[in-house]
Design a protein. Structure first.
Length: 64
């Protein structure tokens, strides 16, 4: 997975958060990773492909 992440605030119903936290614990993931996993799973179920972002070679060399 890419190391670059888009950060944003997400407001969840506390009961939903608790359910996701329980599922994350059972799957040995963080809540954040579980939410991302569930979103990817939902998109895949709807036939939406996520194209990986192309890597820029200069990014690997310190951005020169």
């Amino acid at each position: 997975m890419p190391s670059e992440r888009k950060a944003f605030a997400l407001r969840l119903d506390p009961a939903l958060h608790d359910a996701i936290a329980r599922l994350a614990g059972a799957e040995l993931r963080s809540v954040n990773a579980e939410i991302e996993f569930l979103l990817r799973e939902a998109l895949r179920a709807r036939g939406i492909r996520i194209e990986p972002k192309p890597r820029n070679v200069s990014d690997d060399e310190g951005g020169e």
